[in-house]
Design a protein around this ligand. Structure first.
Ligand code: FES
Length: 250
């Protein structure tokens, strides 16, 4: 029975590791499931070895001739040979299924594990958690904003900018080059500038990268206004935040 319990643990661990790979769980979850599987195998092998071990004082009488018969399993094992064999086969099969993990990783669409805190209907707030009214900024004004209730998420900060036409735009504040905060705004040329390596983004053209090492535009945040006149997001950023190799899930 102990062997069966350990084999069940091994099977559960292997299937858990496959599920973790399939659903993009953190590496710690994948590693934990693998550890459970190997612990199950080790425990099952040890318990089986103990159960099958002949007592030290067991002596087998010699027979002059004729076939010998396999010694039955000790009673405490409480498993028939076919069930015992099937359990080992199932555990081995679950272990073999782990070979699918690289294929699962190849089949899954690349994405990001992290969350930004933005979503449809989430209010924009300042660093003190105060919601932003629709008339907060003058033309050319800029303010750092956060999703309400998620000010501390590193990938959450966005810059809210009001153009000469009175319209507002919002973009991720995290530079797509190396993750510095894009903190400088030159209203005359409607450019956001990253102070780390001088990447420049054109606010009037979707924060497109027009100069410097940044490889792609700043992700945009679609805006709306709720019934009380405060800014809300209409969804998450339209692209992954930050450098391309930042927290990427393969
Ligand atoms: S981090 Fe922004 S340009 Fe390098």
């Amino acid at each position: 029975m102990i062997v069966a319990a350990f084999l069940a643990l091994a099977i559960a661990g292997a299937l858990g590791a496959i599920a973790a790979a399939a659903f993009g769980a953190p590496p710690s979850a994948f590693g934990g499931a693998l550890a459970l599987m190997f612990a199950g195998f080790a425990g099952a092998a040890s318990a089986a070895a103990i159960a099958l071990h002949a007592p030290g004082d067991l002596t087998e009488p010699r027979v002059a001739r004729g076939p010998t018969h396999a010694r039955p399993l000790p009673a405490e094992v409480e498993l028939t040979r076919p069930v015992f064999g099937r359990l080992w086969l199932a555990a081995g099969g679950a272990f073999a299924l782990l070979g699918l993990v690289p294929l699962i990783a190849l089949a899954r669409k690349p994405g990001r594990a992290s969350r930004t805190g933005w979503g449809a209907g989430v209010r924009l707030v300042d660093e003190n958690g105060v919601p932003i009214p629709h008339d907060r900024l003058a033309a050319g004004g800029i303010e750092t904003v956060f999703p309400q209730g998620a000010v501390d998420i590193p990938e959450a900060p966005a810059v809210l900018i009001r153009g000469d036409d009175g319209g507002y735009r919002a973009f991720s504040k995290v530079c797509t080059h190396a993750g510095c905060p894009v903190a400088l705004y030159r209203h005359a040329s409607h450019q956001l500038i990253c102070p780390c390596h001088q990447s420049i983004f054109d606010v009037n053209d979707g924060a497109k990268n027009i100069s410097g090492p940044a490889p792609r535009p700043l992700p945009g945040l679609a805006l709306g206004i709720d019934a009380e006149g405060f800014f809300i997001a209409r969804g998450d950023f339209d692209a992954p935040v930050g450098p391309d190799d930042w927290d990427r899930v393969l």
